[in-house]
Design a protein around this ligand. Structure first.
Ligand code: PEP
Ligand code: MN
Length: 636
């Protein structure tokens, strides 16, 4: 049952409720949600719920209808984010776990680990105990294999996961792995589930070959009832009559499971298909289905692999897949989980690294729930602390003064074009630099008071861009309503919440509706669905390294001006051509105080291994002023 606590419950009252339930024989878990704090009480015992309901500090008691209790969405509404080292699995992130099917030897694992890490994987996989169909097939290197995997994980700063097949190995394996893997064949090995659950460590639970979704969730319940709440579910294909692929990937299970449980679900395209060529398209299907990640087999020499060679990707295929996943993520409202690699030369800077993980504060322009806040959380994690600022210039001042560590500001929208405020403010803030980039898909919603229906709406507030981007919807669905420009999309939702008037609505993102407790009357109302906004992450130089370290720096932005004479601009940009640098963008901006004179804002792709200092000094010679806005890892 779910015991919903009153907002003002005292710690003593809460302890009493907990002690009462524990004494009755329940397993009790406290869950702090956005709206309520609840105690989940599960167990074999049954009591009259009224005995709990009457206790001081208890608001109400609700039974859990599903047989899986701790795993159910009824108990916990918010998505669980499973933390494996620095990697977060769940929510709006797509985490990619990659590595060989089996650990074969030191060189093999080190080679593959380096390649997958370089391409963007955040966790390393590798089997040391292999449950093979044939007793004569390679059975794995056992503890020796785990030692190798651990070394590779440490060398490339990736948490590791490996399959456990026997309850008697659990203690030993806990010394090596960061996340246990329970294989499909062992999904209902209840003694194993109990033993692994007792460690309290993260677990990747594969779906059994012939398991229903309910059986799979019951297996998760075993783990959770035994002591871990860090369970990641993994759809890896089920047995059907179809023989063309090794198994049948059940993508539909992904959204189904997400409705039923708060636990994250990922997919395994390798074991689902068994065929290398199918792995990339099915990986994309898994991400498109809303999964929080994939686990994929990669081998440096699949022809010689001791297991699952035919389904293992070549490293170059994996690299291409990572780029495709990155492009797909914003379409489905996700972002690729990235963990910058520890860079030995910056390792001493633990101060800034800790800030980047813990107490870091991000400024953005707009009210809570704004698209910029979504972009900030995508970049720094859902639980980062944010500083909403009224204007763009306040946002810059916040970073400049140290009130925040970073700012996330829009630079360009695919429909509306450049956001010049960001460039112009960067130009007058030489102490700030661009350290990263983020991209989100802008999905607009019509948002009203909780009791509002579309027929009630007479006035619609939003940022002029929001109104313009939903013109067709407004014309066709709300022809009589007045569109009223407002300073901010999320601010318009705050206004609706304040006025409590069902005849007024806002156009903004759904996160703003959630933040202010308002109703999404209609979602996806933008005229053109290909509506993306690109953001810059901006910081003072001393914080830049924490973001840049280990990231693949492949983009740069500059601001310069040239002499007012024929050919001067072409001379300056010819430096890019000479070095094989692709210029993506050039915009002329007026120089304040110098009428009809311009500075040039340029963005380029940086080829690998380019000497950026050399390029800068060459351009400097051909320009009258020159500044590097920043070098960063592209999010596109
Ligand atoms: C594996 O991941 O190596 C494996 C054996 O997977 P499954 O249990 O899904 O077959
Ligand atoms: Mn395998």
């Amino acid at each position: 049952m779910i015991v919903i606590l009153k907002q003002g419950i005292t710690p003593q009252e809460k302890d009493k409720v907990r002690a009462f339930l524990t004494e009755k024989g329940f397993i009790v878990k406290e869950i702090v949600g956005q709206q309520d704090t609840v105690l989940g009480a599960v167990g074999k015992v049954s009591i009259d719920p009224r005995t709990v309901e009457l206790m001081p500090g208890v608001s109400s008691v609700v039974p859990i209808s599903k047989p899986y209790k701790l795993a159910s969405r009824e108990l916990k509404k918010e998505d669980t984010i499973v933390k494996v080292g620095k990697v977060s699995i769940g929510g709006n992130r797509v985490a990619v776990i990659a590595g060989p099917c089996s650990v074969e030897n030191y060189d093999q694992v080190m080679t593959i680990a380096e390649q997958v890490r370089e391409a963007g994987a955040v966790m390393l996989r590798g089997g040391a105990f292999k449950p093979r169909t044939s007793p004569y097939a390679f059975q794995g290197l056992g503890e020796e294999g785990l030692k190798i995997l651990r070394k590779a994980g440490d060398a490339f700063d990736m948490p590791i996961t490996s399959e456990v097949v026997s309850p008697s190995d659990v203690k030993m394996m806990a010394e090596y792995v960061d996340m246990f893997q329970i294989g499909a064949r062992n999904m209902q090995n209840f003694e194993l589930l109990k033993e692994v659950g007792k460690t309290g460590m993260p677990v990747l639970l594969k779906r059994g070959l012939a398991a229903t979704i309910e059986e799979w969730l019951m297996a998760a319940e075993y783990l959770m009832a035994s002591g871990t709440d860090q369970v990641v579910l993994c759809e890896r294909g089920i047995r059907t009559f179809e023989k063309a692929t090794r198994n049948t990937l059940d993508c539909s299970a992904i959204p189904v499971v997400q409705k039923l449980t708060h636990l994250p679900v990922i997919g395994d395209p390798s074991h689902a298909t068994g065929i290398r060529d199918m792995v990339a398209p099915m990986s994309l299907a898994i991400v498109a289905s809303g999964a929080s990640g994939i686990i994929v087999e990669v081998h440096n020499c699949p022809e010689k692999a001791l297991s699952d060679g035919p389904q293992s990707l070549y490293p170059s295929q994996f690299e291409k897949l990572m780029r495709d996943i990155q492009a797909l993520c914003p379409v489905v409202g996700k972002s690729l989980e990235r963990v910058p690699r520890k860079n030995p030369s910056t390792e001493r800077k633990t101060g800034s690294e800790e800030r980047a993980e813990g107490s870091v504060k991000i400024a953005f322009q707009g009210e809570r729930g704004a698209f910029s806040e979504v972009a900030a959380r995508r970049t720094f994690g859902e639980d980062v602390s944010v500083l909403p600022c009224h204007s763009f210039s306040d946002t810059f001042d916040a970073v400049s003064s140290g009130a925040s560590d970073y700012a996330v500001l829009p630079i360009e929208n695919t429909l509306g074009g450049m956001i010049y405020d960001t460039i112009d403010l960067l130009a007058i803030h030489p102490e700030l630099t661009v350290v990263g980039e983020q991209q989100i898909r802008v999905v607009h919603s019509l948002i009203g008071t909780p009791d509002a229906e579309i027929s009630d709406i007479k006035n619609v507030y939003s940022h002029p861009q929001g109104l313009a981007q939903c013109r067709k919807f407004l014309r066709e669905e709300l022809p009589g309503a007045e569109a009223i420009p407002y300073f901010d999309t999320a601010g318009a939702v705050a206004l609706v919440a304040e006025k409590k008037d069902r005849s007024i609505a806002a156009i903004a993102g759904a996160p703003a509706a959630k933040h202010y407790g308002m109703k999404v009357i209609e979602e996806g109302i933008e005229t053109d669905a290909s509506n993306f906004t690109r953001f810059y992450v901006i910081s003072r130089e001393e914080n830049a390294e924490a973001i840049r370290s280990g990231a693949k720096i492949n983009k740069a932005a500059f601001l310069f001006s040239v002499a007012d004479e024929p050919g001067s601009l072409i001379d300056a940009v010819s430096v890019f051509k000479a070095h094989g640098i692709n210029m993506k963008k050039i915009e002329s901006r007026p120089i304040p105080g110098k009428p009809w004179e311009y500075m040039q804002y340029v963005e380029v792709d940086l080829p690998e291994g380019i000497d950026i200092e050399k390029i800068c000094s060459e351009i400097r010679e051909k320009t009258t002023s020159f500044r590097v806005f920043g070098t960063f890892a592209s999010a596109l």
